[in-house]
Design a protein around this ligand. Structure first.
Ligand code: NCD
Length: 310
């Protein structure tokens, strides 16, 4: 039985297979419409989410399966003091697979070690968010046609943004990637990531100004400042509008540069660029459903056995 805790839990070859499956799902959705009939996905969300939880649920429903779960720790037995390890033992009796989001880093790993069903980390604190990374990688692969050989700028809250941490981790395995980290001094990439990049001789730069770097980028990954992980409101207010991607900045970008964002967006991308063909963050949401469908099929070991066009 397999879980997904970190993006590196899958080898590059396994990821390739997963993305090929996701692309086939995109092209032939009817082929997979009954693949998970009789299967249940539990979504255990101890932290607010719209996209990730609904994306998982849509993925399972698209595969003909069912979903159950909770979307608020206060409406679960956690409010009565139940531990994550007990909750997952109970959920294992109700469902075939579980996606868990938790504000505490490492909580999904605790769940996985007590579970008799596959567990997917749907985000743990400021740590990792592997299924967002699968979404980001599939989007890049589908739109740019390659994973590797590009300069990617990651902009915003690089300290607390778990999607950023997961994405950097996953990208270091591909060839010829240059990273540019664009953040205020207070929100730079954590030291453990910088050390990992140095150890692997991966080229990276840290800059403060987005406009200086725009013409060089093939991909720009924007993020919001993670309000809920700040210790004081004052710092958040000072930093929240540090970067705003607008039409003027887009004018300096390459014609085939793409802008990604894990969403939710706050102010960091002006709505005036939503119709720019390079702004692909809403397409990214759709790729998230395909990749989660592929992931459910893979972890439930159904891939390849999908029923033909019923
Ligand atoms: C991200 C998250 O939850 O970390 N959202 C998401 O899953 N799409 C990014 C964020 O909340 O800023």
């Amino acid at each position: 039985m397999r879980h997904l805790m970190r993006p590196l839990d899958f080898s590059v070859e396994e990821l390739d297979k997963l993305f090929t499956l996701a692309e086939d799902i995109e092209k032939n959705p009817e082929k997979y419409a009954h693949a998970c009939e009789g299967k249940k996905l539990a979504t255990c969300f101890y932290e607010p989410s719209t996209r990730t939880r609904l994306s998982f649920e849509a993925a399972m429903l698209n595969l003909g399966g069912n979903v159950l779960g909770f979307s608020d720790a206060n409406s679960s037995s956690a409010a009565k003091g139940e531990s994550v390890s007990d909750t997952i033992r109970v959920i294992s009796c109700f469902a075939d697979i579980c996606a868990i989001r938790h504000p505490k880093e490492g909580a999904p790993m605790v769940a996985a070690s007590h579970s008799s069903i596959p567990v997917i980390n749907a985000g743990d604190g400021g740590h990792q968010h592997p299924t967002q990374t699968l979404t980001d990688l599939l989007t890049i692969r589908a739109i740019k046609g390659r994973l590797g050989n590009f300069t990617i700028g990651l902009c915003g809250d690089l300290k607390f943004g778990r999607t950023v941490h997961s994405l950097i981790n996953a990208l270091v395995r591909y060839e010829q990637i240059q990273f540019v980290f664009i953040s205020p001094e207070e929100l730079t990439v954590p030291d453990y990531i910088i050390e990992m990049l140095r150890e692997n001789n991966i080229p990276f730069r840290e800059v403060r100004k987005l406009e200086d770097i725009m013409p060089e980028l093939d991909i720009l990954y924007m993020t919001r400042v993670q309000k809920e992980r700040f210790f004081n409101e004052e710092d958040y207010v000072r930093l929240k509008d540090y970067y705003i991607l607008d039409r003027e900045k887009m004018n300096d970008a390459k014609p085939d540069m793409i802008v990604l964002h894990p969403l939710p967006r706050v102010n960091e991308i002006s709505v005036e660029i939503d119709n720019d063909p390079r702004a692909v963050y809403f397409r990214q949401v759709q790729y998230g459903v395909y990749v989660r469908m592929a992931l459910l099929l893979t972890l439930l070991e159904i891939e390849g056995k999908e029923k033909e066009n019923v």
